[in-house]
Write a protein that binds this ligand. Structure first.
Ligand SMILES: [Zn+2]
Length: 99
C-alpha cells in the first residue's frame, strides 16, 4: 500500500506553496534517488505550480541551492534539527548541510 505523502511545510498538498494555485506538481525538496525516500519519510515535500517546479527559468529545479530552493532546504533542515536530530545526523542522511 502506498504511503500518503505529507509535508512539514504546508498542510494542504493540493495548493502551491508559493502561489496557492491548485495546478501543482509534488516536489521532493532533496532530489536524488537515495534522498527521495527520506523526503517522504520526513515530510520534506512541497506542492509547486509547474513554473515554480521545473517549467521555467525561475523554477527550483533550474536554480538548485539558491533562492526558493535553498529556502525550502534550509526550512526542512531547521525542522529536522528541531525535531529529529543533530546537524551531523542530517548530513549523514541528506549528504550535506544547507545551514
Ligand atoms: Zn521536483
Amino acid at each position: 500500500m502506498a504511503k500518503k505523502l505529507f509535508s512539514v511545510l504546508q498542510s494542504d498538498l493540493s495548493r502551491c506553496y508559493v502561489t496557492d494555485s491548485t495546478n501543482v506538481a509534488i516536489h521532493h525538496i532533496f532530489p536524488g534517488s537515495g534522498r527521495r525516500t527520506h523526503c517522504e519519510r520526513y515530510g520534506f515535500i512541497v506542492a509547486l505550480r509547474p513554473d515554480y517546479h521545473n517549467m521555467s527559468d525561475h523554477s527550483v529545479h533550474d536554480n538548485p541551492n539558491k533562492g526558493l530552493d535553498l529556502e525550502l532546504k534550509q526550512s526542512c533542515q531547521r525542522y529536522f534539527e528541531q525535531h529529529h536530530g543533530s546537524r551531523d545526523e542530517f548530513r549523514q542522511i541528506f549528504k550535506m548541510s544547507y545551514l
